[in-house]
Ligand binder design. Structure first.
Ligand code: ZN
Length: 274
């Protein structure tokens, strides 16, 4: 049995051939690549919500070169520590599944295989995830209305995605673990310095979250050197600055042929309060 529930009525859903069906008969089809689309049409604000195909392709290409492998390795270690054997793990906002896949494989390799699930609102990202990662199940869905049964997850991870505290609490079992990855204050400072006249550090975030006990934070710091202009542009398109940048900054970006930049992440760990 999977953790998916019906996004229309919230009832339990079972897989039946190529569809997921709830007790009231709401039916959702599995795509050829293996994911199920659990985003009700009336919850879509646009035809294709979430990251578009170009952004997904840019991120896939960048991540496939393992520039963020130090983060992935640290995340695998943390999930291995927090996720119980035979546990259920949800990646909320999984994108094209780079971290989902690495964590699922790391847990299996360490003898603690988990049932791993990924949800994202962008259909093209989930399609890519389902194609590249056969060790997890994926659904198109909103993390603000997770198509996931209550108290079904032992652990949840959320990387660079919006924080949906109420939903995360709802789907976690009592004392379930939550891992959030956020950019460190100096993340991508080299990229910002190359593009902006007055680059700013990222804001320091408050670790305390209502309904969760803060267990600790681990930093991942490093430096990456990009020698391929396409990698630089792919990296930039993954950042929140991409859409807020003017023509002059885009020109500077286009002219960059190589880039050395700091990377910095914080891996925050929590336990659901009972
Ligand atoms: Zn239903």
């Amino acid at each position: 049995m999977s953790i998916w529930n019906c996004p229309v009525c919230g009832g339990d859903a079972e897989r039946c051939a190529r569809s997921l069906v709830c007790g009231k008969g709401h039916t959702f089809d599995y795509a050829r690549s293996g994911y199920v689309n659990l985003l009700p049409v009336n919850r879509k604000r646009t035809k294709d919500p979430g990251d578009n195909a170009l952004m997904v392709q840019a991120r896939r290409s960048f991540l496939s070169k393992d520039y963020y492998k130090p983060l992935s390795d640290q995340l695998c270690e943390v999930m291995n520590r927090l996720c119980p054997a035979e546990g259920v793990l949800l990646d909320a906002g999984c994108g094209e599944g780079y971290y989902t896949k690495n964590v699922a494989e790391a847990l299996a390799a360490s003898g603690k295989p988990a049932a791993v699930y990924g949800v994202d609102i962008a259909k093209c990202a989930v399609d890519a995830a389902a194609k590249s990662c056969k060790s997890a199940e994926f659904a198109v869905g909103s993390i603000f209305h997770l198509p996931v049964s209550g108290e079904s997850c032992d652990a949840l991870m959320s990387l660079f995605a919006p924080y949906c505290g109420g939903e995360f609490q709802r789907v976690l079992k009592p004392k379930g673990k939550m891992v959030l990855v956020i950019p460190g204050t100096m993340h991508l400072m080299g990229l910002k310095e190359a593009i902006y006249d007055t680059p700013y550090a990222n804001e320091v975030q408050n670790y305390e979250l209502e309904g969760f006990v803060f267990l600790g934070a681990e930093r991942v710091d490093g430096e990456i050197f990009l020698k391929d202009p396409e990698d630089i542009r792919n990296l930039f398109s993954m950042t929140p600055y991409y859409y807020k940048t003017g023509r002059e900054e885009h020109r500077r970006l286009e002219e960059l042929t190589e880039l050395r930049t700091q990377i910095s992440f914080e891996v925050l760990q929590y336990e659901k309060e009972v």
